[in-house]
Design a protein around this ligand. Structure first.
Ligand code: IMP
Ligand code: MG
Length: 178
């Protein structure tokens, strides 16, 4: 695989995201909601650098099935979510690809009566967006390649890598040894 973002670059990008988020809310309390499973590494690093009072919740959204790299129908599990009524909600995900996951979550969260909803992602893939929406806080724009590491997976592998790397086509084959 080919390293796109070394750990040191990610660390700088996450620090910048945290500063932007801290400034944007001007001391207002926040509910940060991480989208499982891909956001877990970013979430842990990000929340420790945001200087605001906050609650943290989780939601599970699955669009990629097994080792398919194309999105299927979205399944949302909101059982780990705190009460969002009247809260400033910041949805955190690993990557904005077609945008369908975050957009669908936004639509569903809107019905829970939050004061505001904004979104933060580590990565945004260029030329892939299929919705009329852009995340508020973006760590890095990357080319249209399938990436893993720092929470991102291929068939639940590679989430633990401290860097973000693009998989080569032969590494994306279903029979590829891991
Ligand atoms: P979207 O709904 O197309 O924006 O896709 C969002 C979800 O797809 C993310 O939360 C990731 O789980 C997954 N995803 C999209 N692109 C990649 C990738 O390059 N590597 C790993 N997961 C990806
Ligand atoms: Mg994911």
């Amino acid at each position: 695989m080919k390293i796109l973002l070394p750990a040191a670059d990610i660390s700088q990008g996450v620090a910048r995201l945290a500063r932007e988020i801290t400034l944007a809310y001007q001391g207002e309390p926040l509910t940060v909601v991480g989208v499982l499973t891909g956001s877990m590494v970013l979430l842990a690093d990000l929340i420790r650098q945001i200087e605001l009072p906050m609650q943290v919740g989780l939601v599970q959204a699955r669009s990629y099935r097994g080792n398919a790299t194309r999105p299927g129908a979205l399944a949302i599990n909101a059982q780990m979510l705190p009460d969002l009524r009247g809260r400033n909600v910041l949805l955190v995900d690993d990557i904005f690809d077609t945008g369908r996951t975050l957009f669908e979550l936004l639509v569903q969260f809107d019905e829970l009566g939050p004061a505001s909803i904004r979104t933060a992602v580590l990565l945004r893939k260029r030329g892939r967006v299929e919705v009329e929406y852009e995340p508020h806080f973006v760590g890095f724009d990357i080319p249209d390649e399938f990436v893993v590491g720092y929470g991102l997976d291929f068939n639940d592998h590679y989430r633990n890598l401290p860097y973000v790397a693009a998989l080569e086509p032969h590494e994306l084959a279903p029979e590829s040894p891991l």
